[in-house]
Design a protein around this ligand. Structure first.
Ligand code: HEM
Length: 163
């Protein structure tokens, strides 16, 4: 949801003339668009922005202690702001997959709960690999929502539950 946020943009209307900083003013009535994908890939907010590192979202201690490999070891020095160790977001508003503020998605808790339950149920029974037919980087399309242009090719096999 960070690398491929389904909501491609958020829109707000300025209720009054609004200072945006650096001398920019949004006049009353102007529509402001926040490009969620750009926000989620901004290297000032996300170290190694293109890397899929879910531990970014873990509490600081857990992120620093978990996993393995060189990158995880580099994180052990700590020093990151907020959760996720050195790879964690650098600002509380750096992640906006469900929007933010008063008009944030009303269904986000349900959506997260259903997504986690579905993933856990599938991963318990099956093993997923990227199919060799899948070309990378993934081709995406942006419309009202953002997603893969031609689906994603996966190879799925039954998990061996006897071991
Ligand atoms: C993965 C699933 C979902 C994603 C990624 C998602 C994302 C979003 C985003 C980005 C917004 C705009 C928020 C903003 O402008 O700040 C939004 C608004 C909204 N979402 Fe979701 N949503 C999801 C699931 C759901 C579900 C399950 C429901 C209802 C049960 C729901 C109901 C709504 C409603 C009613 C709004 C409008 C809120 C308002 O304008 O006050 N969404 N959603």
């Amino acid at each position: 949801m960070r690398l491929y946020p389904a909501g491609s943009f958020l829109v707000r209307e300025a209720r009054e003339d609004t200072q945006l900083g650096r001398g920019l003013v949004a006049p009353k009535g102007a529509y402001l668009t926040l490009a969620t994908h750009a926000l989620h890939h901004d290297p000032r907010l996300w170290p190694q922005p293109e890397a899929f590192r879910p531990e970014r979202f873990m509490a600081h201690g857990a992120a620093a202690g978990g996993g393995g490999g060189q990158e995880a070891e580099e994180e052990q020095g700590g020093g990151g702001e907020g959760g996720g160790g050195l790879l964690g977001p650098r600002h509380p508003a750096a992640w906006a997959a469900f929007g933010m503020g008063a008009r944030m998605c009303v269904g986000y808790k349900l959506a997260l709960m259903v997504s986690k339950a579905t993933l856990a149920s599938l991963l318990r029974r099956f093993v997923f690999h990227l199919h060799p037919q899948q070309q990378l980087p993934l081709r995406t399309r942006t419309g009202l929502t953002y997603g893969p242009a031609e689906g994603v090719w996966l190879a799925v096999s039954k998990r061996d539950l006897t071991t």
